[in-house]
Ligand binder design. Structure first.
Ligand SMILES: *Cc1c(COP(=O)(O)O)cnc(C)c1O
Length: 363
């Protein structure tokens, strides 16, 4: 019995270790997977044009943006929901479908917002082990219990950079009970060019228990505006529309999102830039004798395990980079303490990071 009095939050909430975002005070910011080229100039213009009308409430139905998304991806606009980042969509899903006593399943190195959102609802997050930093379908299915209500898969996954093929996702879905919601978080879908990859749309079209979430924060580089969206079976869309705030997406976010989506040339340049510099950076850093794990995204995991004593310390490397103005992400919260996650930035950024890692190893 405690002697303090005052309001207590719901069970589970004090078990949450609050999400810590990537550091933001440095000259080369590669800690949050923000698009290397910044936002499309058209998106910036659309955002600025709204300055004189920010006294107006936004369109609560995100109508124009949903129509643009529907057209672009050949989807049913009525089953798209926009949110303040895909983080909001994740939270709407857990709030709507899981509660105390329920389990939320994810893979061991999955995105941290999954266990956080589960705990915020009083549910128990359950992590299934991975194989070679990749989600393991058999392990996930083996961890399904009668209490499992939701399964989260980031595809591709942050922070590992690995992906499941369309066939693997189909096999995962086929093994789940029909009352479990499978959430496919495709935040990095636009970066992937593997022919056996799919964002998961076909599964959403076919099954009443599969949803897909997407974001404008990564390749579209609109993180500050907080804009994400999801595609849902009709019944789940109906549930989320009842639960979400009536004006959950701002008008400047709507406008910038529509403009970013229309700027297909910029998207192509961003994708090509990423592929080119991810390959360059991997080769450069492997050339230094460090391990770089395969990635289909706009970030890579650099692994310091196996380096000689002193140089096998990822945190020492991170501090060395930070002292030189370079911010990358620490991975101990993800159970990967020997790794640093490095976002693919501009060509100059990547040359500087590679040079600085070389200096660290030689220091
Ligand atoms: C960055 C990220 C998100 C969150 O994006 P927002 O739309 O900015 O909330 C969701 N899922 C994964 C896997 C991410 O890496």
């Amino acid at each position: 019995m405690t002697t303090t009095s005052g309001p207590a939050p719901r069970p589970g909430i004090l078990d949450i270790a609050a999400y810590v975002g990537g550091e933001a005070h440095g000259t080369i910011r590669l800690a949050s997977n923000e698009g290397a080229l910044g936002p499309s100039p058209h998106a910036m213009e659309a955002y600025s044009r709204l300055a004189g009308s920010i006294h107006r409430y936004p369109d609560g139905g995100s109508t124009e943006l949903r129509q643009a998304l529907a057209q672009r991806f050949n989807l049913d606009a009525a089953r798209i929901i926009c949110g303040a980042g895909s983080d909001e969509i994740i939270s709407l899903l857990t709030r709507s479908y899981v509660g105390p006593g329920d389990e939320v399943l994810y893979s061991a190195h999955g995105f941290l917002m999954y266990p956080i959102s589960a705990k915020a609802c009083g549910a128990t997050p359950v992590a299934a082990p991975e194989k070679n930093l990749k989600a393991d379908i058999d392990a996930l299915l083996a961890h399904v219990t009668p209490r499992t209500r939701m399964v989260f898969i980031a595809n591709p996954n942050n922070p590992t950079g690995t992906y499941l093929t369309a066939d693997e996702l189909t096999r995962l879905h086929a093994g789940l009970p029909s009352d479990v919601v499978l959430v496919i978080d495709a935040a990095y879908a636009e970066y992937v060019d593997a022919p056996d990859y799919s964002s998961g749309v076909e599964l959403v079209e076919k099954h009443p228990n599969v949803v897909m979430t997407r974001t404008f924060s990564k390749i579209f580089a609109l993180g500050a505006l907080r804009l994400g969206w999801g595609y849902f079976p009709a019944a789940i869309a109906d549930v989320l529309n009842r639960v979400r705030g009536p004006f959950n997406v701002s008008a400047p976010a709507h406008a910038a999102g529509v403009a970013a989506l229309a700027d297909t040339g910029f998207l192509e340049r961003s994708r090509a830039h990423n592929t080119q510099w991810r390959t360059w950076f991997r080769d450069a850093v492997q050339g230094l004798g460090l391990t770089v794990h395969d990635s289909v995204t706009n970030f890579v995991l650099v692994d310091f395990a196996g380096q000689k004593p002193g140089k096998d310390d990822a945190e020492a490397a991170r501090q060395y980079l930070k002292a030189r103005g370079i911010l990358v992400r620490q991975m101990s919260a993800y159970g990967l303490p020997t790794c640093l996650r490095v976002t693919i930035g501009t060509g100059d950024d990547m040359r500087t990071v590679a040079d600085t890692l070389k200096a660290f190893l030689e220091s």
